[in-house]
Design a protein around this ligand. Sequence first.
Ligand SMILES: *[C@@H]1O[C@H](CO)[C@@H](O)[C@H](O)[C@H]1NC(C)=O
Length: 452
Amino acid sequence: NGPADLHTAGASGVLLIVKNYTGDRLNFGLAAEQARNHGVTVDMVIVAEDCAFERPSKAGRRGLCGTIFIHKLAGALAEEGASLDQIVAKVTEVLKGIGTLGVSLSPCSVPGCLPSFDLPPGDMELGLGIHGEPGIKRSKVASADEVVKTMIDHMTNPDSQSHLPLKSGESVVVCVNNLGALSCLELAVVTRAAIICLEKQGLVVARVMSGSFMTSLEMAGVSLTLMQANDETLRLFDAKTGAPAWPNLGCVCASGRSHTKDPSAILQSAQFFSGPLSPVMRSALERVCSTLLEKQEELNALDRAAGDGDCGNTHAQAARAIQDWLQSHVVPGCPGKLLSVLAGLVQEKMGGSSGALYSLFLTAASGHVTEGHGDAAGWARAMHAGTQAMRRCVVVSLTKATLGAESTRDLTARAGRASYIAAERVTLPDPGAVAVAAIFTAVLESLQGMTS
Ligand SMILES: *[C@@H]1O[C@H](CO)[C@@H](O)[C@H](O)[C@H]1NC(C)=O
């Protein structure tokens, strides 16, 4: 219904947030004039946060995904009751600290039209606009880490006139924006790379948002937006909004969270555990690891018959992680503590259903072999508790493995990938059960070797 209605609906003014494209500036400028003629208080801010061009060019700096930060901050200010002038002043100041750069692996095409430009497979283009305008540089596709580093270096390069001057120790808000066709996985990989790269430059990543916020049809690419942040911008950024596409992050600081750390750092706490590992337990553990590595191919072969053929690989992965850990850490002597560290290690490094199952077993068992309870009765209780815990969670009865993995050829898998295979086709022993049997055999042989 015309701008006058907006005015009379209680708005104290209208702010036009315009991306720096000639057509947009003209048309929104015209709209502003018309609104003024209707008696509406109206103002306009131009977003031009593009970091692509090193030297001023005819096109000028474009408005890109940084625009959504301006929408958000202006909205939060309005919600707080700020006047139009105050909002314009504030966002104009914030705009100086925003920069965006995009990279793409493919062109985009308006539906029914040819692609907006040619980009051969295997090439990528840096610094494009959101309407498929060409970028500044072409190169071969590189890893996410390398591409992100190139982008951030370009955006912060003081020799470029459109750079964002970021100093070590400063806080930034980051937006990793899908230009259209990236998968969630790819976007997450880029997001992680961006956080790590920024932290390496001494920046504090105060907030991160990643998703599809300003897309360019089906372009397979991503843009990075950085905004220098202080307490006020963060408060406005964090203010809750009902806008459906806004992620409402609350106060999540990305810097210092575990995704930037080596996962094994979680296990460092083990160093506080008392006493060194006894030679008996160390040799049993080492034997378990070497046995699993020897059996890698055998387990894979058994698994190919019923599962996805990686049972040996996942066990080998766990074995190598345990070997590494034995070499590089103070290993706790208390069996219970050892088992709970192993539980964490296996969950982290082995993954999948097997990792979860072993971890479940070890976690439940660990409580029964605490300081002073590491005797045979304690170990028996621990094994029982471990198997009970697994049984509560899963239905494949692995306890039979201790009796002989051969008997598992008659068991029906009721969980895991193997459960999708018709029972008649399964005539080989279950590879997981063979692995468990091999582990117990290794422990037994190791103990026998010690005592004989
Ligand atoms: C917007 O682009 C024009 C060129 O179209 C350029 O002259 C101008 O400096 C740009 N505005 C900003 C704020 O960078």
